[in-house]
Write a new protein. Structure first.
Length: 232
């Protein structure tokens, strides 16, 4: 079942939103209509969030697999103090850690300070590349509930305006207006929760990759120092 279908089913569990005499498609159409124009920006948040989630899953999975393979190969070379071979492998590798190591290895003859500065600068660029798109996930998970609350407030204003125009308070009129108003709040929360979970998962994956890269860079620096000490 699609993600949209899952969200719709979750919304159907909210008391007051059931419509057993209607088909699933009719229920969705009715909810969309009752939610008003605020459902459009909520739908935009959902679509944007799902697109980014799929993209980051593929992107981080590919980069993670390549990084692990590269680290195994370069660690074996550094253990044997094969600096030139390690540099050639790093240049050929299209991975964040490969670019970081290449920047350091190319400057290892210029001194430790220049080498570490090159590693730091390249590391910041690669970190930004890994985190690309996460700001949009964080924005969607934050904005979706706010849009839902805004839709609810606007719906409540309309409901009280209808009561004022009617000249009397009817329980059905009040309950119906509140139910419709709460649809956007429910939709915003249902959209935000899985997007926020995905955002936190990607952050943890990136943090794990960064730790692995830092450890590998440290091993590279230690191997270079040992190689220089032997040569000296």
């Amino acid at each position: 079942m699609s993600s949209l279908g899952s969200y719709a089913i979750a919304l159907m569990q909210i008391p007051g939103l059931e419509a057993p005499e209607m088909s699933f498609g009719e229920q969705m159409a009715q909810m969309w209509k009752d939610g008003g124009w605020m459902m459009w920006p909520l739908a935009a948040c959902l679509v944007l969030g799902l697109v980014i989630i799929v993209w980051k899953l593929i992107d981080l999975s590919v980069k993670g697999a390549r990084t692990r393979k590269f680290l195994r190969e370069v660690d074996a070379l550094l253990t044997q103090r094969k600096v030139k071979e390690s540099l050639a492998l790093a240049r050929e590798s299209n991975t964040p850690i490969g670019k970081i190591m290449a920047a350091g290895l190319e400057r290892h003859h210029e001194g430790s300070e220049r080498m570490l500065k090159a590693i730091e600068n390249t590391g910041l660029l690669e970190m930004a590349s890994l985190e690309r798109g996460l700001i949009w996930l964080a924005t969607c998970s934050t904005v979706a509930p706010l849009l839902g609350f805004l839709g609810t407030v606007l719906g409540m204003i309309e409901a009280f305006a209808a009561i004022e125009n009617a000249g009397e308070v009817e329980a059905t009129l009040v309950a119906g207006g509140i139910k419709v108003a709460l649809i956007t709040t429910a939709a915003g929360l249902v959209i935000a929760i899985p997007i926020n979970i995905a955002h936190n998962y990607f952050v943890s994956v990136i943090d794990s990759m960064v730790i692995d890269m830092e450890e590998s860079v440290q091993r590279m620096v230690d191997a270079l120092h040992e190689s220089e000490a032997v040569a000296g």
